[in-house]
Design a protein around this ligand. Structure first.
Ligand SMILES: O=c1ccn([C@@H]2O[C@H](COP(=O)(O)O)[C@@H](O)[C@H]2O)c(=O)[nH]1
Length: 237
């Protein structure tokens, strides 16, 4: 669970889905004190962006390494060991039992929290059927959340649409980290299970992950400030 004294600013995680470190650093400079938590995913990590994780941690920011690991257990474990030296707060794996067990064991005493990605927020029931699953989104998210909790995973990545239901299942301890956040009027893009920041927090999300609605805004700092203001209003703080 996010500590109760987590500043609202640190409940917004801005996805640095940008082409290289230079562009990402410029965005971090532009966002300044408005943002305290950043996510590094495929685009930046595969463009040599992982060292930026250390730099951001050194500068007092929190970092979420979103590499969604999924491989044989030994490879996942070795990957988690390597990534745990970055100083990140969160690291993702896909919510498959072998993968989650390997990651939790390999994390050891490092401070990085392992988050299990339940069902990608760009998927709906039809996408799951196309991929060969016999469960719809709600049932698969629930089954994976139960498995993740039993294995000792620290938190879940889910859509805010599932947050209230999952809170009732996993209780208050696990972090619920929700992408699929769209301020009112923002384009959904490829996201299928979306909610506004205020509704996501009211539903029980611990952290909101936002990429394009901030990165593509004419004024990214103002967009981030508006999301944090929604978080504050929804939390009544
Ligand atoms: O289920 C998931 C898991 C991860 N993501 C990541 O979050 C951001 C969302 O970006 P937007 O531009 O706000 O859509 C992105 O980095 C995804 O890789 C997700 O969307 N859904």
């Amino acid at each position: 669970m996010a500590p109760a004294d987590t500043p609202d600013r640190d409940r917004l995680i801005v996805a640095l889905d940008l082409p290289d470190i230079r562009v990402a650093e410029a965005m971090v400079d532009r966002l300044g004190d408005s943002v305290g938590f950043y996510k590094i995913g495929y685009q930046l990590a595969y463009a040599g962006g992982l060292p930026l994780a250390r730099a951001l941690v050194g500068a007092g920011k929190k970092v979420f390494v979103d590499l969604k690991l999924h491989d044989i257990g030994n490879t996942v474990a070795r990957g988690v060991e390597s990534l745990s030296h970055l100083g990140a707060s969160f690291l993702t794996v896909h919510a498959y039992p072998q993968t989650m067990k390997a990651a939790v064991e390999a994390r050891g005493s490092s401070k990085v929290k392992i988050l299990a990605v339940t069902v990608l927020t760009s998927y709906d029931d039809r996408d799951l059927a196309d991929a060969g699953y016999r469960f719809g989104v709600r049932d698969l998210v629930e089954a994976r959340a139960r498995q993740a909790q039993a294995i000792g995973v620290d938190g879940l990545v889910c859509s805010p649409e599932e947050a209230a239901h999952l809170r009732g299942i996993v209780g208050p301890e696990m972090d619920l980290v929700t992408p699929g956040i769209r301020p009112a009027g923002a384009a959904a893009g490829d996201q299928k299970r979306i909610m506004t920041p205020a509704k996501a927090i009211a539903a029980g999300a611990s952290y909101l992950v936002v990429g394009r609605p901030v990165l593509d805004a004419p004024d990214p700092k103002a967009a981030a400030d508006a999301i944090v203001a929604e978080i504050t209003a929804a939390r009544g703080s």
